[in-house]
Design a protein around this ligand. Structure first.
Ligand SMILES: [Zn+2]
Length: 330
């Protein structure tokens, strides 16, 4: 029912016809996948940055529409292409269609009404999908700025001294992963300090497993791919590397005996790499090769390589296959 957004004269049919082999189609497909990965908290921050004129959802919509317009000018044509991408591509069928409906709801609704021969007015505010190009530019710039800030917050330099300290930790046999745990704790602590100020010299490790957006022992187990966090923490405490303090909803963990680099020595300190991935181990392993880590060829995030994978998820893998197939046909 949604497939032919603009039925009518042949001329119009031609204008809105979807060409799956076109450059625009591929670009829209990649852009849509990219927008689906976008984090909504980014727009909460953009909203604060730009003075709360629009809600985060509206800001995201304006951003999406302006990105689509970089590929195609005509909104109806974009909508037609996106319907095809969302509803006819096997790998997208199960996805939520928020972006499509939020950005082009008026066109889709209008078309539904035409298809069921209903002449009701479209109940959308006329200017809901319009925004000045100046505003679009402001939103794009603010988003860029905040994205950079966010990336800065999680980016922790690992110097040679620190690296040697973590990796040189004497552990019991088969408990070598304790080194990774201590390294993770350090990165989390530094991120926490950057976010909340230097006074917070501890990490909160939340209890239970279903704590949305919070770091739990299960989060670490997941990163380590081994259920060794609880025991590891006990060992690290016993050996004097960390201190744990039980609170009601979380454990406070602080680090002891970290090597201290004097401010004056900092410029000479060699930075080996930056911990910047959500799972800091990916950056460590990328650096030292303990495990095979690659950059996803589609979205650019680091991932643990299984077999000969070139992408981080099935989704990215499908997109890559398509991209390569299209390349071959040109
Ligand atoms: Zn990816």
């Amino acid at each position: 029912m949604l497939s032919n957004i603009e039925k009518g004269t042949n001329e119009k049919d031609k204008k809105y016809k979807v060409d799956r082999t076109s450059e625009e189609y591929k670009k829209l497909e990649l852009l849509l996948a990219e927008l689906k990965r976008e984090k909504m908290y980014l727009y909460k921050r953009v909203q604060e940055d730009l003075g709360k004129k629009e809600s985060d959802k509206v800001l995201f919509r304006i951003y999406c529409i302006s990105k689509f317009k970089e590929i195609m000018e005509d909104r109806k044509k974009i909508a037609n292409y996106l319907v095809d991408i969302e509803y006819y591509n096997e790998e997208n069928k199960q996805d939520r269609k928020d972006i499509l409906w939020n950005c082009f709801g008026d066109i889709l609704y209008d078309n539904l009404c035409k298809n069921i021969e209903n002449d009701k007015e479209v109940p959308f505010k006329k200017d809901m999908y319009k925004s000045s190009s100046k505003r679009e530019q402001e939103i794009k710039e603010s988003r860029e700025k905040i994205k950079k800030e966010q990336e800065e917050i999680v980016k922790i330099p690992i110097t040679e001294t620190l690296y040697n300290y973590f990796m040189g930790l004497i552990t019991r046999k088969r408990c070598e992963k304790d080194r990774y745990i201590l390294y993770i704790l350090y990165v989390l602590l530094e991120r926490f300090k950057k976010k909340y100020g230097d006074k917070k010299s501890y990490i909160r490790l939340y209890k239970g497993t279903k704590q949305k957006g919070k770091i739990t022992a299960a989060t670490l187990d997941n990163w380590l791919e081994s259920k060794c966090t609880q025991k590891g923490l006990e060992r690290l405490e016993k050996n004097g590397y960390i201190k744990q303090e039980e609170c009601q909803r979380y454990k406070k963990i602080s680090l002891c005996e970290l090597p201290i680099v004097e401010e004056k020595d900092l410029p000479q300190e060699k930075i080996l790499f930056y911990a910047e991935s959500n799972n800091p181990l990916l950056d460590l392993w990328k650096h030292n090769g303990d495990r095979k880590v690659r950059l996803c060829e589609i979205c650019g995030s680091k991932f643990l390589v299984v077999g000969n994978a070139k992408t981080c998820t099935d989704k990215c893998s499908t997109l890559l296959k398509k991209r390569n197939k299209n390349k071959g046909s040109i």
